[in-house]
Design a protein around this ligand. Structure first.
Ligand SMILES: Cc1ncc(COP(=O)(O)O)c(C=O)c1O
Length: 381
């Protein structure tokens, strides 16, 4: 059975070049990167090469890159590492749970949290942000690109510490931390064709973070624990390939595929629309609502035919609650539940998109026929 994977915002397949780069570090190059003998030097050199590649992807110095065990840890390190009792922080209502729940926990610990709303396109208003700043605001954490809709926030330089979760932006849009003006920025390996369980936090030089893990002086005492060398090597290789992807037209090709998928679905299905339409979006993501459809039912129906897509955040799959991102954008709960996320990766081809274009309208039509609520006249008027 043919299977097409269009759920790359949940996780991406490891690219063959990335696997090849990692392979020796599961075998003969096994040294602890802190050891001073040959074996340690070999892995230390690999970790430092990977740090340079990640720094190149982000436009920062290698010393400003802290390797973590993923995007969640990078977000937590930024948020908990910079805040203390009496502080005020600002975030948004559409963050990933890694940020949302970190801020919630800070709120429980007595830190004041302001959560900014978004408009119908999923954008935070920079004026709202400026108005929310207080003398005791120490941190603003607003995501770069949303994992469900791909909508890119207007991130700009601020006077307070600014963290941005760029897990869904990295390798999709060029990132230059100096231009963004952020102090901290999170990325995750498995969203850019490296393995799961590795990530990095950019920490601007001069930013003092309270570590979350205590132990050895790894990562300049910002993240204790023996390095995950194969994972870090994989992240470094994926970062290198991502930089090439911007130069060799790979990202433009992905954008064209996403646009053709979106256009064809909208042309062939009535009562459908793009969530986040009109806002800048990353080039791989399309979040579409299909009125009179239960999103989970459509996902199962498509999966049975070989197409893997999602209803948004993987961690909330199976939950009955409609997406917090889509409801924050003002979507009615039924429309939020009727929304599906298509997300492309570097491995996807024009044939994959054709496959989706053939399946989606037919599956939507079949499910609508089964729905007692479906009203063809209302949809076409
Ligand atoms: C925007 C965003 N932030 C953070 C994370 C968490 O990253 P990780 O899975 O590496 O912990 C994800 C993963 O879905 C994400 O999409």
């Amino acid at each position: 059975m043919r299977r097409v994977y269009l759920d790359n915002n949940a996780t991406t397949p490891i690219l063959p070049e990335v696997l090849e780069a990692m392979r020796p570090y599961f075998g003969e190059r096994f040294g602890n990167a802190s050891s001073i003998h040959h074996h340690g030097q070999e892995t230390r050199a690999a970790v430092e090469r990977a740090r340079e590649s990640v720094a190149d992807l982000l436009g920062c110095r290698p010393a400003e890159v802290v390797f973590t065990c993923g995007g969640t840890e990078a977000d937590n390190l930024a948020i908990f590492g910079l805040t203390k009792f009496g502080d005020h922080i600002i975030t948004s209502t559409i963050e990933h749970h890694a940020v949302l729940n970190s801020c919630k926990r800070l709120g429980e610990k007595g830190i004041e949290v302001t959560s900014l709303p978004v408009d119908g396109r999923g954008l935070v208003d920079p004026d709202d942000l400026r108005r929310a700043l207080r003398p005791n605001t120490t941190l603003v954490t607003i995501m770069f690109a949303n994992n469900e809709t791909g909508v890119i926030q207007p991130v700009e330089e601020l006077e307070v510490y600014f963290h941005t979760d760029a897990v869904q932006a990295a390798a999709k849009v060029p990132i230059r931390v100096k231009e963004i003006g952020c102090d901290l920025l999170s990325i995750s390996g498995h969203k850019i064709h490296a393995p799961q369980g590795v990530g990095a936090l950019y920490v601007r030089k001069g930013t003092t973070l309270e570590p979350m893990l205590y132990g050895g002086s790894h990562e300049r005492s910002r993240r204790a624990g023996t390095e995950n060398v194969p994972g870090i090597v994989g992240l470094g290789k994926a970062a290198e390939l991502a930089v090439q992807g911007f130069k060799n037209g790979e990202i433009a090709r992905m954008a064209a595929l996403r646009d053709s998928l979106e256009r064809a679905i909208l042309q062939n299905v009535e009562g459908a629309g793009v969530n986040g339409e009109g806002a800048p979006r990353v080039p791989n993501t399309s979040n579409i609502y299909f009125d009179y459809i239960e999103g989970e039912a459509l996902i199962i129906s498509l999966d049975l035919k070989g197409l893997a897509v999602s209803t948004g955040a993987a961690c909330s799959s199976g939950a009955i609650e409609p997406s917090h991102v889509l409801t924050a954008m003002g979507l009615r709960p039924d429309r939020a539940r009727a929304s599906i996320r298509f997300s492309l990766g570097k491995q996807n081809t024009a044939e994959d998109v054709e496959f989706a274009i053939e399946l989606v309208p037919a599956s939507v039509a079949r499910l609508r026929e089964l729905s007692p609520l479906y009203n063809k006249e209302a949809i076409s008027s």
